[in-house]
Design a protein around this ligand. Structure first.
Ligand code: CA2
Length: 147
């Protein structure tokens, strides 16, 4: 079983700016932790990041043939992108929406997610720790684990 961990715009800057909101962990650290956590679950983890909406959509399309599910931090596209939402619907894979910050505790424009209704669930507000949480949740979902 393989899971894609996909990060969107500006998340390549993690650990270098705004540590008060996004923490000190770099994207590289997060990706390494995801691969290690996947190994402990017996799951292959592939990581990708792009600042380009269309490239994120291409990653989702490619995941359809190779991945069992996706953990997606779509960054600011969460709040704006009908195209990403349509891609999530089109690939017919379970997708978990993830955010480092609690978007509901921030500006009003971050309270709306266009992708949440087409994801199986949302994990947010736990910083970098959210990624292994999301992998565990997705792994459980894929194994039909009702907890
Ligand atoms: O909390 C999250 O994970 C977000 O997806 C992060 C996005 C934001 O637009 C969403 O509302 C919530 C922004 C990512 C920006 O990442 C940076 C990292 C370091 C320094 C500056 C920006």
């Amino acid at each position: 079983m393989n899971i894609l961990v996909l990060n969107g715009p500006n998340l390549n800057l993690l650990g270098t700016r705004e540590p008060g909101i996004y923490g000190h962990t770099t994207l590289h650290d997060i990706e390494e932790a995801c691969v290690a956590h996947g190994r402990s679950l017996g799951v292959g983890v592939t990581c990708a990041q792009s600042n380009v909406e269309g490239v994120l959509i291409d990653h989702l399309h490619a995941a359809r043939d190779t991945m069992a599910g996706v953990v997606l931090n779509a960054g600011a596209y969460t709040h704006t992108s009908v195209a990403l939402r349509d891609a999530i619907t089109a690939i017919e894979l379970p997708v978990i929406e993830l955010h480092l910050s609690n978007t509901h505790a921030r500006e009003a424009f971050r309270h709306v997610s266009l992708i949440a209704p087409v994801c199986i669930g949302v994990i947010q507000g736990f910083g970098a720790r959210g990624y292994p949480l999301a992998l565990t949740a997705l792994h459980g979902h894929l194994n039909g684990d009702k907890a």
